[in-house]
Write a protein that binds this ligand. Structure first.
Ligand SMILES: [Mg+2]
Length: 266
């Protein structure tokens, strides 16, 4: 661990599932953790690959744990998708969403036309109501109408109260398999989200730490961006899986409370 590099950190780019909560259950005492973050002067930005909720819904979820934040602090893969699509299609694309109702709402709220046919873009994401018709529609839009293929994330699994379940990557794979087309992936380990968070908050690469529970997305995303990284062992990775991974994150802590405490006492 390079202590002088970690001392420059002014903001945490926090993953949520497996860091803040396991589905509906908070990890540790979030109210206390966020009070400690506030007193340390660190800024909090949220960067989750999970695109099934809007920033407002995440604010409500955090408020239920006594933590009050604002929608501007969220840079989820859904939000970053909007940023990327505006850049790639300045005229405003028509989007076929193979994803959750919240993702459709987020796109509509941001002025995008969500369509069932003749789309410019197929956007694949976690869809708990996946069916053959939706996969066929995505295939038709890409193969017959020339729509470009985007994915909010390719996570293989995500954690629920009852254990690990299939993630958005499963929907992406369905479309990729039948079309033979690889998507532009927005989520971590790509750097669209963290870049956007830094630009919006005037932060440089050495001032933000990518924090998460999963090496292949959260930590690789930070390494790809070139910022400090912090792994918490409250979710996906364990001391055993970590021992096989290289390079190691700059910080490895049991949970977010310990990570904040470590940064505070450098
Ligand atoms: Mg996670």
């Amino acid at each position: 661990m390079n202590i002088s590099a970690l001392k420059k950190v002014k903001a945490l780019f926090l993953d949520m599932d497996g860091v803040l909560w396991t589905d509906k259950k908070e990890i540790g005492n979030l109210q206390e953790v966020f009070e400690a973050i506030k007193s340390s002067g660190l800024k909090v930005l949220f960067g989750s690959n999970n695109a099934t909720r809007t920033p407002e819904e995440y604010c409500e979820k955090l408020a239920s744990f006594g933590v009050h934040v604002s929608p501007e602090q969220f840079f989820t893969s859904g939000i970053a998708t909007i940023y990327q699509l505006r850049k790639d299609f300045p005229q405003g694309p028509k989007v076929y969403v193979f994803g959750s109702p919240s993702l459709k709402k987020l796109l509509r709220d941001n002025g995008f036309e969500v369509t069932e046919e003749n789309a410019d873009v197929v956007l694949a994401s976690l869809d708990r109501e996946i069916n053959y018709e939706k996969i066929s529609r995505a295939m038709i839009e890409i193969c017959e109408h020339g729509a470009k293929f985007y994915a909010t994330n390719t996570d293989s699994t995500f954690v629920t109260e009852n254990g690990w379940r299939p993630g958005g990557g499963v929907m992406v794979n369905c479309v990729e398999t039948c079309t033979g087309v690889k998507p532009f992936v927005i989520g971590k380990p790509n750097t669209v989200m963290i870049k956007m968070a830094c630009e919006a908050n005037g932060l440089s690469k050495d001032e933000i730490m990518a924090v998460g529970d999963r090496y292949e997305t959260d930590i690789m995303g930070g390494l790809n961006f070139g910022c400090p990284t912090g792994l918490v062992l409250s979710g996906y990775e364990t001391a055993e899986t970590l021992s096989k991974l290289d390079p190691k994150p700059d910080l490895v802590c049991k949970d977010l409370a310990e990570l904040v405490n470590t940064l505070q006492n450098l």
